[in-house]
Design a protein around this ligand. Structure first.
Ligand code: DQA
Length: 146
């Protein structure tokens, strides 16, 4: 059986993890976390790409590409989670499973973070476990990918 292809898609400001709001996101660098995401994906037997952009349109283009190129997506859309209908519609256009993922517990933070406009088109949400949110999301995909 060929390996499942997984995309870990990261939105605005997630390149600054380790630098930004350390009390919320910790002090481990984005690069170090990305390396561990790749290692976890490898252990699970996936082929994995990690892509980060601060641009909504670039994320949408990547989601369109995912239609042909991946079996599942771990998505931390950053603040776009809370208001981007364009991102929501892009996810809804693609038949593969998406896991909405957050490092922080968005439900324990400001009110605007309690809203997700992408949640209803994702298979589920993982929130609050720091870098482990990504590892849990990778594991969650295992039983969802066709
Ligand atoms: C985040 C939570 C979002 O509310 C925030 O805008 C982010 C990161 C998280 O990983 O906890 O940029 O998605």
């Amino acid at each position: 059986m060929s390996k499942k292809r997984v995309l870990v898609l990261l939105g605005p400001n997630l390149n600054l993890v380790g630098i930004r709001e350390k009390g919320v996101y910790g002090d481990e660098s984005a690069e170090s976390i990305e390396k561990q995401i790749r290692e976890e994906a490898d252990k699970l037997g996936y082929v994995c790409d990690v892509y980060q952009s601060n641009w909504e349109g670039a994320l949408i283009d990547k989601i369109h590409e995912a239609r042909e190129q991946y079996d599942g997506v771990v998505l931390n859309a950053g603040a776009l989670t809370h208001y981007s209908y364009s991102l929501r519609d892009a996810i809804a256009s693609v038949k593969i499973p998406f896991i909405e993922t957050h490092m922080s517990n968005v439900h324990a933070r400001e009110d605007f973070r309690h809203t997700t406009v992408i949640g209803s088109v994702c298979a589920g949400q993982i929130s609050g476990f720091g870098k482990y949110s990504y590892f849990l999301a990778l594991a969650a995909l295992k039983n969802l990918m066709k």
